[in-house]
Design a protein around this ligand. Structure first.
Ligand SMILES: Nc1ncnc2c1ncn2[C@@H]1O[C@H](COP(=O)(O)OP(=O)(O)OP(=O)(O)O)[C@@H](O)[C@H]1O
Ligand SMILES: [Mg+2]
Length: 324
């Protein structure tokens, strides 16, 4: 891993629903470095998908993103035109979307959609696109790419569609891959295969990867660095080992406790974090996790404090107060 060159740098991203003025994500800051695999983890509704959709310019039209800084591969998203953004993303970013069902067009055979972006952004002929698609389909484990190319998406299982999506994301040899819950539709053998594949592509080509997952076990095994999201905020981020050996935020600690494979014996009951992720006032200045936090005390009143020590960032007045 190169580890120094910044590929994506975002400061204070806020996502708002323009129809209702509801703030969905607030003050999201993160960096993706060249060659690293960055994991986003957090409960459902915490804003993982939407935060990454801003990177690929795919936010739903009712949502608005604002940021103090948004640099992708040296380009300032707050300055460049929509067309420039589209070209930059099309050529350099591969997306493996969370929802595999609607991503591929149901009316077209795979061969009539998998190479579109490649042909468009690299000015290639269809025959060249198809050859390349076969190569990428083989990489994701299809032994008979010709049959897949001749299929309609609805003729494939969820797991096969997901692998087609991954092949599609690889078509342009991107510098960044964003994989949103890339293995949810797959059985456990395929899950490991797909994640191993991401890791080996990362090691071979130095591509930077973002993996979004509910599964902290997956994130631990495959990511160099981890960002923990909760209710539209990043509460903690650090190198993977540091998160697991020295988690500071009570939310991160609770998440780690609920991973069955890591800490809980087979017949022990899985612990859950009581309560719900708040939908409202996500831009609040006080701690967003306070109501569910088993460790909250008088130090948690007032504005939440943030702290950073080396590469370890944390937002908690009790454990992480300090300089950012
Ligand atoms: N188009 C939209 N308009 C308004 N609110 C939305 C829209 N899409 C998502 N949301 C809301 O934004 C919040 C964050 O959604 P997001 O999909 O980013 O969460 P997530 O962390 O990816 O969750 P999951 O783990 O379930 O995929 C949720 O509360 C969701 O209801
Ligand atoms: Mg999501």
């Amino acid at each position: 891993m190169n580890g120094s060159e910044s590929i994506v740098e975002v400061k204070n991203l806020t996502i708002t629903d323009s129809a209702t003025d509801r703030v969905i994500a607030s003050n999201i800051s993160f960096e993706l470095k060249k060659g690293e695999i960055l994991g986003f983890v957090g409960e459902s509704g915490s804003g993982k998908t939407l935060s990454m959709k801003t990177v690929v310019n795919l936010l739903p039209s009712n949502l608005a993103a604002k940021s103090d800084k948004f640099i992708v591969l040296g380009n300032d998203y707050n300055e460049i035109s929509e067309n420039a953004k589209k070209a930059l993303i099309g050529k350099n970013i591969g997306l493996v979307p969370q929802n595999t069902v609607f991503y591929l067009h149901p009316m077209f055979k795979i061969k009539n959609q998998i190479a579109d972006g490649y042909m468009l952004y690299n000015k290639k002929k269809k025959s060249e696109g198809i050859e390349r698609a076969k190569e990428k389909l083989r990489i994701v484990g299809f032994k008979d790419p010709d049959r897949i190319l001749e299929s309609y998406p609805w003729q494939l299982s969820g797991g096969m569609r997901q692998r087609v999506n991954i092949a599609l994301a690889l078509m342009n040899d991107p510098q960044i891959i964003i994989a949103d819950e890339p293995t949810t539709a797959l059985d456990s053998t395929l899950q490991a295969q797909v994640l191993d594949l991401f890791k080996s592509i990362n090691e071979k080509t130095g591509v930077s990867i973002v993996i979004i997952s509910h599964d902290l076990g997956v994130i631990r095994k495959y990511c160099h660095r981890i960002a923990v999201m909760y209710a539209g905020q990043i509460l903690e981020s650090a190198p993977a080992d540091e998160i697991f050996e020295n988690a500071r935020h009570p939310y991160t600690k609770a998440l780690i406790r609920v991973i069955p494979s890591l800490n809980i014996k087979k017949d022990e009951r899985l612990m859950e974090i009581p309560g719900f992720v708040p939908e409202k006032n996500r831009e609040r200045k006080e701690c967003i996790f306070k109501k569910r936090c088993s460790e909250a005390d008088e130090r948690c009143n007032g504005d939440v404090k943030e702290g950073i020590e080396g590469l370890h960032y944390c937002k908690c007045s009790k454990y992480c107060g300090g300089e950012v």
